[in-house]
Design a protein around this ligand. Structure first.
Ligand code: 1HE
Length: 258
């Protein structure tokens, strides 16, 4: 795993806790930190079965480090955005599911980063915004692709046109987060969820991470075929057979009423 002064990784059993650790700058992401995110997720040890991403201090992440914005020609601007894409690709399409623990500002590139995770847990201090729209810039970290898949194009357009900020409750209803917990409890809840995820068959987790978003992009007839192929691969694993046998022999949990 790559060492970076502003990105800490801690192994807790089979869970990796990756923490943005630049609280004085509200965890704003400069180029070095974006590269460290890429390298960290690419290099997670084989023993890791799920990851949690959180931020130190009062805010998850204030987005792009605006002090690094410099005169870029169009080509340089494109490469900068592509560098973010490459990093967040390692989060979304890495080896293990990533649970984001959100609190405070989840804004701009911070929201783009959160959107690359697989499950989002927010505490009630969280707020969501895309100030790019009113700062004269545009999203560049994959937000235009990922965020509408959480909340829809209409909500994202409104946020960028008007600078609208969603609080934690409205944000959960809109689809930014799947879990909402009291202040200070997002990390604990994210760890609990990651621990649950880590007990799944790794191939099932891989299929969920890699096939579901792609199937969502495919025409239905192709999606059905991809689903059938993925299903056949996952079911053929000895672990799948053992898990089904365990249920049939009364050794596995039943689904309980919610
Ligand atoms: C920063 C940044 C940053 C804080 N880049 N330095 N993102 C934004 O437009 C959000 C900008 N930030 C804010 O609106 C606020 O800072 C917060 C709501 C996140 C937090 O407020 P607060 O009152 O707790 O902190 P603060 O006093 O505003 O900031 C503390 C320090 O962090 C201060 O520096 P200091 O040297 O004066 O102490 C701030 O300048 C610094 N700071 N946020 C640089 N973002 C791939 S494209 C993505 C495009 C984007 O993400 S654009 C959206 C950028």
């Amino acid at each position: 795993m790559t060492a970076h002064p502003d990105l800490h990784t801690e192994l807790r059993g089979d869970i990796a806790v990756v923490r943005l650790a630049r609280p004085a700058k509200r965890n704003a992401l400069n180029d070095g930190l974006v590269a460290a995110i890429r390298d960290t997720f690419l290099g997670l040890p084989d023993s890791v079965r799920a990851a949690v991403l959180d931020g130190e201090g009062d805010h998850f992440c204030a987005g792009l480090d605006l002090s690094e914005i410099k005169e870029r020609d169009a080509g340089q601007g494109m490469h900068h955005s592509r560098m973010w894409h490459a990093a967040l690709e390692e989060v979304q399409y890495g080896r293990v599911p990533v649970v984001a623990a959100l609190h405070g500002a989840v804004v701009g590139g911070g929201l783009e980063l959160a959107a690359a995770c697989h499950v989002r847990v927010a505490d009630d201090t969280a707020f969501y915004a895309l100030p790019e729209g009113t700062r004269g810039i545009f999203v560049g970290g994959g937000g235009s692709v990922r965020i509408p898949r959480l909340i829809g194009v209409a909500r994202m357009t409104d946020m960028m046109l008007t600078g609208r900020v969603y609080n934690a409750q409205d944000g959960e209803r809109a689809g930014f987060a799947q879990y909402l917990v009291p202040k200070g409890e997002a990390l604990a809840k994210a760890l609990e969820i990651a621990a649950r995820i880590a007990t799944n068959a790794p191939l099932t987790n891989y299929a969920l991470m890699h096939a579901l978003p792609r199937i969502a992009e495919q025409p239905a007839d192709q999606g059905f075929l991809t689903e059938a192929l993925m299903s056949a691969v996952v079911q053929s694993a000895p672990e799948a057979k053992e898990r089904v046998r365990a249920f049939l022999e009364g050794r596995a949990d039943k689904v309980k009423k919610a």
